[in-house]
Design a binder for this molecule. Structure first.
Ligand code: PXP
Length: 239
């Protein structure tokens, strides 16, 4: 049975829109765990645009399921990961100007560097996941570089708009999951998954974990606004 890991970055994005202290991704992570999430994910970006070092430190102390730190393969972040010791590090490429992670790692081109970072993390007892496109070469290179897990980038699938394109992208993911599992990698998937497009994945038993953020936080706002407004209406109507 697959499980869900919730990415809490966008709780921090809302907080940073005002540079204040709410909403708190740490509190949201606790509620997500109470609701059944089996993992909490945050991406500590080089520019700290949403999640901050403070969030990561507190998440490490409070997350009871599994803390997965998404990070670029950079020395500064490696040092932080070694100090904080999340359960999993997911290596992702990062471009400063991007709105969100744009594509998977090019493992072949960076074999030595990723291999070195992976060994260091694994020696510290941290499992290592590579965020890669559903590409057989990247999967084989991930094995060579020592990854324990691959997270298949579902962005192309999520952004496909016609049925043939959707099917083509989905087949790539399905084949990638099969190959990775055959090569003894654990398989995660994520990026752009929502309450509609995730349904198709029932036919890929190899994927053990889904990493989902944006659609859950978007729904959080929509399912929560009714109660939040009622509470403020009740308050001001007493004046
Ligand atoms: N996996 C990775 C590697 C990501 O970078 C992201 C986005 O932060 C996600 C999963 C979650 O994507 P989304 O927010 O679109 O659900």
């Amino acid at each position: 049975m697959a499980h869900l890991a919730v990415n809490v970055d966008h709780i921090a994005t809302i907080r940073e829109a005002r540079g204040t202290d709410e909403p708190d991704p740490v509190l949201a992570a606790g509620i997500a765990e109470l609701a059944g999430a089996e993992g909490i994910i945050c991406h500590l970006r080089m520019d700290r645009r949403h999640v901050k070092d403070r969030d990561l430190e507190l998440l490490r102390r409070t997350v009871k399921t599994k803390l997965n730190l998404e990070m670029a393969p950079a020395k500064e972040l490696l040092d932080i990961a070694l100090a904080i010791k999340p359960d999993v590090v997911t290596l992702v490429p990062e471009r400063r100007e991007e709105l969100t992670t744009e594509g998977g790692l090019d493992v072949a081109r960076n074999r030595e560097e990723y291999g070195r970072i992976t060994r260091t993390l694994k020696e510290a007892g941290i499992a290592v996941s590579f965020f890669i496109d559903p590409d057989p070469d990247q999967i084989r290179e991930s094995v060579t570089a020592g990854a324990d897990i691959i997270e298949i980038n579902t962005r192309e699938y999520s952004e496909a708009r016609t049925e043939p394109d959707i099917l083509r992208e989905f087949e790539k993911i399905k084949e990638a999951a099969k190959l990775a599992s055959k090569l003894k990698l654990r398989v995660h998937a994520g990026h752009g998954l929502n309450y509609v497009n995730v349904r198709r994945f029932a036919s890929i038993p190899e994927i053990e974990e889904y990493s989902i953020g944006h659609s859950i936080i978007a729904r959080t706002v929509m399912v929560g606004i009714d109660q939040a407004v009622r509470e403020m209406v009740a308050l001001v109507s007493q004046f």
